[in-house]
Ligand binder design. Structure first.
Ligand code: MRU
Length: 344
């Protein structure tokens, strides 16, 4: 992705360290952080320095590579197991994290007791996960752009951009590619309370790419559907079940219901790492509940009645019946069929 004219990935490994763009500071400040241990990586994932399902998958993969690098030979297997569970606990909903950790863990263990080789393999496997993820997103962009008509007014929720992935994005990859092909598009950006991934991060990425857009409050989408000013909706996903139900940022479900009411196409865009082949339906997905402080305070100041409790589910489930299609690197599929089709 281009940030102030320079190419970046949101997550990359260089000189023995994992580097992350600090997404909590954007768009006001551009800084990167680096990690030398898997504990630091887990901490940055739970504090959302890095966020977005494919991006936390890649960060987790590199966390495992750091754990392998730091593990003594006589506790190699146990150290990797401990690192895997710590990283897994850092955020529960996005399956990309599980898939990435399992991928690096399984590749690495194959080479025990050649520990030096196993350490190299851990890093190679993490690089492979990140590169495949970026390439998946590029393909999603090419395929997804075909679904966007010239002149389209698109609604998106949260940030499913390059920042949320290793590069390109999922929903935003399609939007980015449509714009690069010369299509005249406009994006309605849901603010995405409480952490404002839409108004901070999606708006920032669209501005960097020169794509016309406006931020709207989460509650305003219905008004723009009603005014017939939204032609399609594209969002990302944190987990896709076998029956086509998906988890994504809280508020996605109500946008899908609105799209259905107004007969507007509602697409999900996701790489292969977002499919959970062990999950039958949406009710089995663990939903992360975050701190009530994210709702009640902003910049350390109360926005809400201080003594009232607040409930802060970070994700919701959109049932398959509301999804027009899932845009994957292998094509666009009906939600109910997507898990089977991506395996072919
Ligand atoms: O809590 P976040 O910011 O990690 O939530 C991110 C989302 O919900 C994204 O839409 C999802 O991860 C898809 S990103 C390509």
């Amino acid at each position: 992705m281009l940030i102030n004219g320079k190419e970046y990935r949101s997550v990359w490994f260089e000189e023995g360290r994992l580097h992350l763009i600090d997404q909590n500071l954007l768009p006001f400040d551009f800084k990167t952080v680096s990690c030398q241990t898997h504990q630091e990586v887990a901490d940055h994932i739970s504090r959302m320095t890095v966020r977005g399902a494919p991006a936390i998958g890649a960060a987790g993969a590199y966390g495992m590579a750091l754990a392998a690098h730091n593990a003594p030979n006589n506790q190699f297997r146990a150290s990797l197991r401990e690192a895997r569970s710590l990283l897994l606990e850092s955020r529960p909903t996005a399956i990309d994290l599980h898939n990435a950790l399992d991928f690096v863990y399984e590749q690495t263990l194959k080479f025990i007791p050649d520990y030096d080789h196993a350490r190299n393999v851990a890093l190679l496997a993490a690089n492979e996960f990140a590169n495949i993820s970026a390439e998946d997103c590029r393909k999603i962009g090419i395929i997804g752009a075909e679904l966007i008509p010239d002149g389209a007014r698109i609604l998106t929720h949260c940030n499913a951009g390059a920042l949320a992935t290793v590069d390109w994005g999922t929903a935003l990859a399609a939007i980015r590619m449509a714009h690069r092909k010369g299509k005249n598009i406009f994006v309605y950006v849901d603010e995405t309370r409480p952490r404002l991934q839409g108004s901070r991060l999606t708006a920032f990425e669209l501005e960097q790419e020169g794509i016309p857009h406006a931020i709207i409050t989460d509650a305003a989408a219905g008004f723009y559907f009603w005014k017939k000013e939204i032609d399609l909706v594209i969002t990302g996903a944190d987990r896709i079940c076998l029956n086509g139900d998906i988890a994504n940022k809280i508020g996605t479900f109500e946008k899908a219901v609105l799209a259905s009411e107004f007969k507007i196409p509602f697409y999900i865009a996701a790489p292969l790492s977002t499919f959970d082949l062990s999950c039958r339906e949406g009710r089995q997905i663990p939903i992360e509940i975050r701190d009530e402080a994210e709702i009640k305070l902003f910049g350390g100041e109360y926005l809400s009645n201080p003594n009232s409790p607040a409930l802060n589910p970070s994700f919701d489930i959109t049932p398959a019946k509301y999804i027009t299609g899932i845009i994957t690197p292998k094509g666009v599929f009906k939600a109910k069929e997507a898990s089977q089709k991506v395996q072919i």
